[in-house]
Write a protein that binds this ligand. Sequence first.
Ligand code: SAM
Ligand code: SF4
Length: 347
Amino acid sequence: MSTGTDTAAALDARATRSLVDPFGRTITYLRVSVTDRCDFRCFYCMSEHMSFLPKKDLLTLEELDRLCSAFVARGVRKLRLTGGEPLVRRDIMVLFRSLSRHLASGTLDELTLTTNGSQLTRFAGELADCGVKRVNVSLDTLDPQKFHAITRWGDLSKVLAGIDAAQAAGLHVKINAVALKGENEDEIASLMEWAHGRGMDLSLIEVMPLGEVGAERVDQYLPLSLVRSRLAARYTLEDSDYRTGGPARYVRVKETGGRLGFITPLTHNFCEGCNRVRVTCTGTLYMCLGQEDAADLRTPLRASEADELLQAAIDEAIARKPKGHDFVIDRRTKQPAVGRHMSLTGG
Ligand code: SAM
Ligand code: SF4
């Protein structure tokens, strides 16, 4: 016979059960795109004239907190806020501050963000104060003109000042650079030397076919297998088992003493070890960056003040997490793998 107490016990059991997908992968990492808006327009991420989500569709900061906390209750140990540009969302520090309670209680190992760095001079100190230890800053070139051409709207000097501010605040900075054919391919070694010289790791990323950006992906795509072999001709790349819980595979560069990561969704699919899911600023859960299937978490979140409906929707979605993506970039494939831009789901 089912009693009220039984139901409470069942809910309790669910709330402490970890999230395991049909392929036995445990979900411990949540990335949350807190806004799809951005103060840059990187040509590989967005088209020149983007339309953004209506502000009324966005989850409030309180709702984002509740959503993140529901995942933390189910065993998520790492939270990354991203976007769009997370630091342009109004009052975003309120969310960092409130989520930091999970660090204090020990239920969360890491609270972090991916940023274009433009707002770090303003926020670095406060981020450190909220328990953020590491930050990923996306930077594809150190050439001011090229930077402006890639980001369309960005100012390199602001990003460099932001990196200075982050390091001064005691944050560990990792630089992320998308390897772009004909744009920064000749600069990768110097970008690496610069990053390592400042005590920062560098991760290289292959461009992914996400969203229409008004250009052929094949003209942007530079396989990291090629970049790696070029670097290996100049540097000693020593295999490393260093991991940060994300998809990067690292080597140690003997000559610089720094770490170099490779994020290779195209040349080496890393889906078998995927521990991640992503939520957008409207509460849509994407179980895979490279697939269209999604679950609406906003409706169950708003339907009840308690979390049962939300947790049930999360369970249902995780049970559908696909095995992996099937990105293709070649002359014959004109369609993006998925219609949404990277700025919606976040990196
Ligand atoms: N605005 C922040 C930033 O640029 O760091 C956070 C969001 S941005 C979408 C996250 C990362 O995704 C950045 O490192 C960016 O370079 C990368 N990115 C954007 N579009 C991409 C694409 N089509 N393929 C691969 N990486 C992409
Ligand atoms: Fe903005 Fe980041 Fe996309 Fe560039 S990569 S347009 S900074 S969201």
